[in-house]
Design a binder for this molecule. Structure first.
Ligand SMILES: NC(=O)c1ccc[n+]([C@@H]2O[C@H](COP(=O)([O-])OP(=O)(O)OC[C@H]3O[C@@H](n4cnc5c(N)ncnc54)[C@H](O)[C@@H]3O)[C@@H](O)[C@H]2O)c1
Length: 270
């Protein structure tokens, strides 16, 4: 059997590289996308050092023609795409919506939501022909509940969750499943650096998790690998939280309300 190919966007980053490594360990050839060439190359080298197959594809997922060109190139160079993980994008910029600029709103929706749509469309057009595919969208707890300071990011992720459910219904008849994962606060290098500096924002997130720690990127990678397998054929249109029960907590909101209100340019001027 030819090796199935998995495309992970933003796979130079923390969660994306964990997903890429988990999929390589599960036997997939990996297409490593990132806008940052050096970051993508690091993940490629990690996978090759494990004995896996990987290639880097540098593209901005926010551009429709760049996405179409990348998917075409992957098919020519690595073979038919079986798995798509929509992961690219930076966590939010954190401001009250009173202070939110058009630019931040538009860019965030372009990358997190339009980018995911461009990729789903391009990959699904191929997956339906082979009657098999797995699409996994990395959403966020912020897309499930309103989150103070994350209006643009939460709206983009909420859109991604709804897109997941529609895509699952439309593509399910062709053997293609579409699911979303909603992580809580993750132990990425950026968040760990903040934690080491004594960040009260990170502390507030940890306080909201009964197991009192951040989510490990590898925990997300393991779920991505499971959802990508044949055993997960009946999991479709699902939103799976990995948040240590932070979804029942409001500690981060309490912290953000105080912190962002005191920094708000709009409130200072009015
Ligand atoms: N870190 C968290 O606590 C957390 C929680 C919930 C959800 N998420 C989501 O997980 C995903 C990955 O986040 P992360 O924490 O690993 O971030 P990260 O910054 O470590 O990785 C994101 C990667 O995406 C790449 N990227 C950004 N814009 C891109 C674009 N337009 N095209 C292609 N690549 C692009 C970046 O270069 C980076 O390598 C994001 O969608 C994020 O919203 C993160």
């Amino acid at each position: 059997m030819t090796q199935r190919v998995a495309l992970i966007t933003g796979a130079g980053g923390s969660i994306g590289s964990s997903a890429a490594v988990a999929l390589a360990s599960a036997g997939f050839a990996v297409a490593v996308n990132d806008i940052d060439a050096a970051a993508a190359e690091r993940t490629v080298q990690t996978i090759r050092a494990m004995g896996g197959a990987a290639r880097a594809y540098v593209a901005d997922v926010g551009g429709s023609s760049a996405v179409d060109g990348m998917v075409q190139a992957i098919e020519e160079q690595q073979g038919r795409l079986g798995v798509l993980v929509n992961n690219a994008g930076n966590p939010g910029r954190f401001s009250l919506l009173l202070d939110l600029s058009d630019e931040v709103w538009n860019t965030t929706l372009q990358v997190h939501l339009s980018g995911a749509f461009f990729l789903i469309r391009a990959c699904a057009r191929r997956m339906v022909l082979q009657r098999w595919g797995r699409i996994i969208n990395i959403a966020s707890l912020a897309g499930v509940q309103g989150t103070i300071g994350s209006a643009e990011y939460g709206a983009a992720k909420a859109g991604l969750i709804n897109l997941t459910k529609t895509a699952a219904k439309e593509l399910g008849p062709y053997g293609v499943t579409v699911n979303a994962i909603a992580p809580g606060m993750v132990a990425t290098p950026a968040n760990l650096a903040l934690q080491a500096k004594g960040s009260r924002f990170i502390d507030s997130a940890v306080q909201g998790m009964p197991h009192a720690r951040l989510v490990e990127p590898a925990e997300i990678g393991a779920l991505v690998a499971y959802l990508s397998g044949d055993a997960a054929a009946s999991i479709n249109g699902s939103l799976i939280p990995i948040d240590g029960a932070a979804g029942v907590s409001l500690t981060t909101d309490h912290y953000m309300r105080g912190s962002l209100s005191s920094r708000s340019a709009f409130l200072k001027e009015n």
